[in-house]
Design a protein around this ligand. Structure first.
Ligand SMILES: Cc1cc2nc3c(=O)[nH]c(=O)nc-3n(C[C@H](O)[C@H](O)[C@H](O)COP(=O)(O)OP(=O)(O)OC[C@H]3O[C@@H](n4cnc5c(N)ncnc54)[C@H](O)[C@@H]3O)c2cc1C
Length: 540
């Protein structure tokens, strides 16, 4: 069955920040656009991730859309790092203000997209079996939208309530006085743990890999700050454009190894006491590239953890030993370490006592003496996402001649600028693999504007088909690999290097999923392609 009465010019999958903005831009071109979104509302990440304590690590006022001065002046961010309900409220406002909803069909998960060479059109197939066709297909699936449950025997046998953080219920969950277990200690888990620890009766944290975390230092935005922020948006966004990660934080040009121990310590104390990601992406230039500088930074943060956690044994368990500071996505925290000083919180190190299985009552871990059953009312899976390529792998995407994207990307993604793949004509990815990433809405706006520019060019020149030349894809792939070489994070297992032990086939071989030459270099290269007349593409 065909879902749309008249054929749209473009189909967009996803109504998060990326899909909404792409819709806005294509509508400006006078195009008919159909968006399909699996959720029941706009917002993407901020629609799905409703767990207690969910919030940004980006400064709120650097995260919002920059395209509308009216929107910038109308919206007040309540805190420097906004909580999920406020961000969702903001994105709903955007949808209403720009009248986006009439173009979006909610509750529609796309299971497949097939390109037909004869008609030059994509057929998009929904889980319901309904179909829609359009010449252009834009995937705005999100880098962190394919959530993963832990691969633990007995998972479905638990008799209490169990939630993945990315599918937290819309109705409030009463945690007061309950016995709660949480599996995972990544950025999301840290936000949950520090938020619920005081309310629950007892909390058991199951930790496989501790993560380095540093203080967020969030606070409300005062009326004076609000006025200052609104008056300085051009400067804020200009600053984001200058940095490699599109955050307001610029890497310090000094090397940690070139300054005195006193100067180093003073700088790190300053960064540790300041809000946001400064300690990660505004640190000394060599901290994320030179193992010796990284060891010193790790020792500094380990010292902080030891100072904050009273029990030395627990502190040691919370200090990562298998990766250096900042080599995985850095969680920012608000009182996380102090949680372990509470009597109602227990840390279970799964390296010492691995989980055997989940039981109807809770979690069974093996101990030297035998096994121990931890019983719970509520079990929380903070087990993250199959990052970046996960949402693509979960769809059956077939390009020209039935070529399957999943097969093409089995070892590593192959793209040009992370936006198009050879053999998949007229399919454009917003924030696909091999794009620059950091403070993500800044990257999204640039990529959407670039895709819109290419589509405008095609319409002006009467072109109906575009895909990148294979040699351009090869060249970009080589450049992506060159750019990541020398970065310490590329030698560490994490979702950012494509490792997820809960996903079959993605549990051991690292892949490069982003472009790490920096947002400035990415922008220069994409602008060069556009001003050069898109020579890297084959048009039809
Ligand atoms: C907990 C959490 C905290 C984060 N914090 C930050 C932060 O501080 N700073 C930052 O820059 N980024 C952060 N991120 C990353 C965040 O994902 C991006 O900032 C941004 O929201 C991405 O927008 P998007 O539109 O690209 O993707 P999403 O917001 O993920 O939207 C994608 C949409 O596509 C839909 N979709 C996917 N597949 C299908 C399908 N097959 N059919 C139909 N619909 C589909 C999904 O339902 C979803 O609504 C965070 C992510 C998480 C999960």
């Amino acid at each position: 069955m065909v879902v749309t009465s008249s054929e749209p010019d473009a189909i967009i999958i996803g109504a998060g920040i990326a899909g909404m903005y792409q819709l806005y831009r294509l509508r400006e071109l006078g195009m008919r656009v159909q968006v399909f979104e699996a959720g029941s509302d706009v917002g993407g990440t901020w629609y799905w991730n409703r767990y207690p304590g969910a919030r940004f690590d980006s400064e709120s006022w650097s995260y919002g859309y920059s395209f509308s001065e009216e929107l910038l002046q109308e919206w007040d961010w309540p805190e420097h790092f906004a909580a999920q309900p406020d961000t969702l409220r903001y994105l709903r406002l955007v949808a209403d203000k720009f009248d986006l909803r009439p173009h979006i069909r909610f509750g529609c998960r796309v299971s497949a997209a097939h390109f037909d060479d004869t008609s030059g059109r994509w057929t998009v197939i929904l889980e319901s079996g309904e179909q829609a066709r359009a010449r252009l297909l834009i995937t705005a699936l999100g880098p962190l939208s394919a959530y993963t449950l832990p691969n633990i025997p007995g998972r479905d046998s638990f008799a209490g309530q169990a939630f993945h953080t990315a599918r937290w219920p819309h109705e409030p969950v009463d945690l007061r006085g309950k016995k709660v277990g949480i599996i995972g200690t990544g950025a999301t888990a840290i936000q949950v743990i520090q938020t619920i620890a005081r309310d629950v009766g007892h909390l058991t944290v199951f930790q496989r890999t501790p993560n380095w975390a540093a203080p967020l230092h969030n606070r409300p935005i005062t009326p004076e700050e609000q006025a200052r922020i609104k008056a300085s948006y051009p400067e804020i966004f200009a600053r984001c454009r200058e940095t490699a990660t599109c955050f307001i934080h610029q890497t310090d040009p000094r090397n940690a190894l070139d300054v005195s121990p006193e100067e180093r310590e003073a700088f790190w104390e300053k960064l540790y006491s300041e809000p946001g990601f400064g300690i990660w992406v505004g640190n000394f230039a060599d901290v994320l590239t030179d193992p010796r500088a990284n060891d010193l930074a790790s020792a500094f943060v380990a010292k902080k953890i030891r100072q904050r956690v009273k029990d030395p044994n627990t502190a040691e368990k919370l200090i990562p030993k298998n990766h250096g500071f900042g080599t995985r996505r850095l969680p920012l925290e608000s009182g996380y370490y102090e949680v372990y000083n509470q009597n109602n919180v227990r840390l279970v190190d799964l390296n010492e006592t691995p989980i055997e299985r989940i039981t109807p009552q809770g979690v069974l871990t093996s101990t030297k003496a035998g096994s121990e059953e931890h019983t719970f009312d509520i079990l929380i899976y903070a087990t993250g996402f199959d990052g970046v390529t996960g949402p693509y792998d979960r769809m059956d995407i077939r390009g020209s001649g039935g070529r399957r994207l999943r097969d093409d990307w089995i070892d590593t993604p192959r793209t040009f600028l992370g936006i198009q793949a050879t053999g998949f004509p007229n399919m454009f990815m917003v924030l696909g693999p091999h794009t620059a990433r950091g403070n993500i809405p800044r990257n999204i706006e640039e990529i959407v504007d670039w895709i819109t520019g290419l589509i405008r060019y095609m319409r002006r020149h009467g072109l109906v088909r575009v895909e990148p030349r294979p040699e351009a894809v090869d060249e970009w792939g080589r450049h992506v690999e060159e750019a990541v070489a020398g970065l310490l994070f590329s030698q560490v297992n994490s979702w950012q290097t494509g490792i997820n032990r809960n996903v079959e086939g993605r549990d051991s071989v690292r892949r490069t999923l982003g472009y790490y030459g920096g947002a400035v270099a990415y922008r220069l290269r994409s602008e060069e392609v556009a001003t050069g007349g898109y020579q890297e593409f084959i048009f039809g």
